[in-house]
Write a protein that binds this ligand. Structure first.
Ligand code: GMT
Length: 380
């Protein structure tokens, strides 16, 4: 099958999911065309089955805002025609579903029917999409998609509650390629980061407000009062400077390392003992799943779809958003006893295996097959 994937190419869950899905589809013989404004960060290798088409938006002084949606829909029209694409899969409703629908309509004028699958990822619904400025357009483009998927049961519920949706929403969770992790636990080189007696606590995100970065620092502050520990903060974003200032203020700056964006997530998680994800909202929590497959238990909030991934008392603990004290107590409970930590680590990786790409890929393939039926129906 020839599949066009539209996604955000930068660091962030939806782009990672779209890219890893594209790679897995290509590995199983499909032809995958990424259409976005930059080569996706996790797409290191282009091969026979993977193509990248860059959307260019020429600067024009008259425009205060350059019309990306317009350029994207034009690029989609050209790509679909030139490469005889069978299905269009857009990740993140805004503005991709909107641009995808415009491309679909333009192609229809030329007698070409292209089914569109929209995958909802989280903030496109819970944060940005529900804003009154966007809501009518988001509702419209979800309803006009041929198939809609969401990454958790919770996000499906949220979408149905927040929008007037006429379409079915199919839940297909985030996934991980577990085969990549089988033999990676030999030497994690943890001595590069911490002394032998220190526990390593990690947070990875795009440092937006929704991640509650100050809570990460405050939880760590409590932990390090009880046991020797280091905090590794991975990512870039608007809340980073505030977090650095908070570490100074609390007198823990020497125990916190800000690494910036990294392509070495698995190496970092390999030497981590605990992952913190105290988010305000989180449709799934791919970062938690990536931690778990690397044998790292998770202390998180109990919001959104996180409880579908992190299991209370098994792979970590979950608390109400903002309950920093409870999160710190639970973290200490796991970290202070090496035998307990080992059990949580084992549980984390076992549970992460539920989300293996081998289980999830066929679900997307089935969706594409279903979408193709719409195409045949439309042609006859
Ligand atoms: O978490 C982010 O801020 C990035 C965001 C994105 O859209 O790139 O992630 C969302 O999609 C991920 C992949 O489906 C989910 O695992 C994340 O939970 C979700 N983030 C939020 O809902 C805040």
């Amino acid at each position: 099958m020839k599949i066009a994937i539209v996604c955000y190419p930068t660091f962030g869950g939806s782009g990672v999911v779209a890219t890893e899905l594209g790679i897995a589809l290509a590995n199983s013989g499909h032809e995958v065309h990424f259409v976005t404004y930059k080569q996706p960060v996790r797409l290191e290798l282009l091969n026979n089955n993977i193509f990248f088409h860059e959307v260019n938006v020429p600067e024009y002084a008259l425009f205060q805002y350059q019309p990306y949606e317009l350029a994207l829909s034009s690029k989609l029209v050209d790509t679909v025609k030139l490469h005889k694409i069978d299905v269009l899969h857009v990740h993140y409703a805004i503005p991709h579903a909107y641009a995808g629908y415009m491309a679909k309509k333009m192609l229809q004028e030329e007698g070409i029917f292209i089914p569109m699958i929209t995958t909802l990822h989280g903030t496109d619904i819970t944060l940005v999409g529900k804003h009154p400025f966007y809501k009518p357009a988001v509702t419209f483009s979800i309803n006009k998609s041929d198939i809609v998927t969401s990454v958790s049961d919770n996000l499906k519920e949220a979408t149905l509650n927040l929008f007037n949706i006429e379409n079915e929403i199919e839940v297909i969770p985030n996934f991980i390629d577990t085969s990549k992790y089988r033999n990676t636990f030999t030497d994690c080189q943890r001595s590069l980061m911490a002394n032998e007696d220190e526990k390593i606590i990690t947070h990875i995100s795009n440092f937006r407000k929704v991640k509650r970065i100050p809570d990460v620092v405050k939880i760590f502050n409590e932990i390090q009062k009880k046991l020797p520990a280091k905090l590794i903060m991975v990512g870039e974003g608007p809340e980073k400077e505030k977090a650095e200032a908070l570490c100074e203020e609390l007198g823990i700056a020497d125990r916190v390392v800000f690494l910036g964006n990294s392509n070495q997530i698995d190496k970092i998680l390999c030497f981590s003992d605990l992952f913190l994800l105290p988010s305000e909202s989180e449709s799934f929590g791919l970062a938690a799943l990536e931690a778990m497959i690397n044998r790292v238990p998770v202390i998180s909030s109990n919001t959104g779809g996180i409880p579908e991934v992190n299991i209370e008392g098994v792979t970590g603990y979950l608390s109400d958003v903002g309950n920093v004290d409870e999160m710190a107590k639970n973290a200490i409970k796991i970290l202070e006893d090496d035998a307990v930590l080992e059990v949580f680590k084992k549980n984390a990786v076992e549970n992460a295996n539920r989300f293996d790409i081998k289980r999830i890929l066929p679900l997307y393939e089935a969706v594409y097959e279903k979408a193709l039926q719409f195409r045949f129906k439309n042609m006859h």
